[in-house]
Design a protein around this ligand. Structure first.
Ligand SMILES: [Zn+2]
Length: 75
């Protein structure tokens, strides 16, 4: 549901943690930017997708929409 910063302990929504990019093109991990300590946090997008608030992320911009286009099922 929420993203927890492993560096400073800040907890927030995906709207707070800016999407930076995929950590692994073949996996579900991505980097997100902690709004508090500015650290790049490694997140498991597959796990995050399971909650029902993903719409706010998918509709936020073309960069975040890339999560939909990854080829996980082909690996
Ligand atoms: Zn942080």
């Amino acid at each position: 549901m929420a993203i927890l910063c492993r560096k400073c302990g800040h907890k927030g929504t995906r709207a707070e943690f800016r999407f930076l990019g995929h950590a692994d093109s073949a996996g579900g991990n991505s980097y997100r930017h902690c709004p508090k300590c500015k650290a790049a946090i490694l997140c498991d997008e597959v796990e995050i997708i399971d909650d029902n608030s993903e719409k706010e992320v998918w509709g936020a911009g073309p960069l975040r929409g890339r999560v939909f286009t990854r080829k996980r099922k082909e690996t």
